[in-house]
Design a protein around this ligand. Structure first.
Ligand code: ZN
Length: 252
């Protein structure tokens, strides 16, 4: 009995030490997605159902390659500037725009039908808007969006930005072969009338382009979304100021 307890104390220390040595990104994923019981064996991220993904493929990537074939570690390449006001993203800094699609599919569903099984409908800002939007219940994203909606609903001055919000849509991003995160039911776009999108301005889909940052969205909206695990596309060099997506791993 005594030997057994010494052994369990030892085991506890061994696992604690190795957890501390995990790359920061691995630790962030473990903390951000507790329902998936993520583990790491030094090479692979392993989800509770046994699906494995290489964490770091050690290939240096830029531009299109980084967007199209990122390993999971690449998702943490640029730090997301949380709670930073009047932020102008440096050239080609798109924190959160880099996503490993295989991991997203494993978490939220690998096709439209699988994703739709997990969607729930919420009433978006009942007092100010009152429209119905669909959002995934995986990782309790719907509960987070519900909190955001309740908080925004207390600000009538924000009404015009909140109208016309859209969410789930299984689709490819224009000019690419990549799925939009709207495909996974984790993202919401606010009113396009008060939004800026880099492709509208350059009238191109070429990533390597000179852009002049634009935004019309009030800081308070961004602050409320970030508080509940959503990042904002207005913090990307390739700005998309209507866009918010659930990416808690970038906010912890
Ligand atoms: Zn969007």
């Amino acid at each position: 009995m005594k030997l057994l307890s010494i052994f369990s104390v030892l085991l506890f220390f061994i696992t604690t030490i190795s957890a501390q040595e995990y790359p920061k990104g691995v630790q962030k994923l473990i903390n951000a997605y507790p329902n998936f019981d993520i583990t790491y064996d030094g090479t692979y991220i392993i989800l509770k159902d046994g699906l494995k993904f290489i964490y770091d493929d050690r290939i240096k990537k830029f531009g299109e390659l980084l967007l199209n074939k990122p390993s999971i570690s690449d998702m943490f390449q640029s730090e997301y500037p949380k709670n930073v006001n009047n932020y102008i993203p440096p050239r080609n800094s798109d924190p959160g725009r880099i996503r490993n699609e295989d991991l997203m599919k494993a978490i939220y569903g690998s096709n439209s039908l699988e994703v739709q099984k997990n969607l729930v409908t919420i009433t978006w800002c009942p007092k100010l808007v009152g429209s119905k939007i669909k959002i995934t219940k995986i990782n309790n994203v719907h509960l987070q969006l519900q909190k955001i909606s309740e908080e925004l609903d207390k600000h009538p001055e924000l009404q015009k930005y909140l109208q016309g919000a859209t969410s789930f849509n299984w689709r490819i991003i224009k000019g690419t072969n990549r799925l939009s995160t709207h495909s996974f039911g984790t993202s919401i776009d606010l009113n396009v009338k008060f939004s800026n999108y880099w492709q509208w301005d350059c009238k191109c889909t070429n990533e390597d382009v000179d852009l002049k940052y634009k935004n019309q969205l009030p800081k308070l909206i961004v602050k409320i979304f970030e508080k509940h695990g959503f990042i904002w596309g207005g913090k990307w060099y390739h700005y998309d100021t209507m866009h918010f997506e659930y990416r808690p791993e970038l906010l912890i």
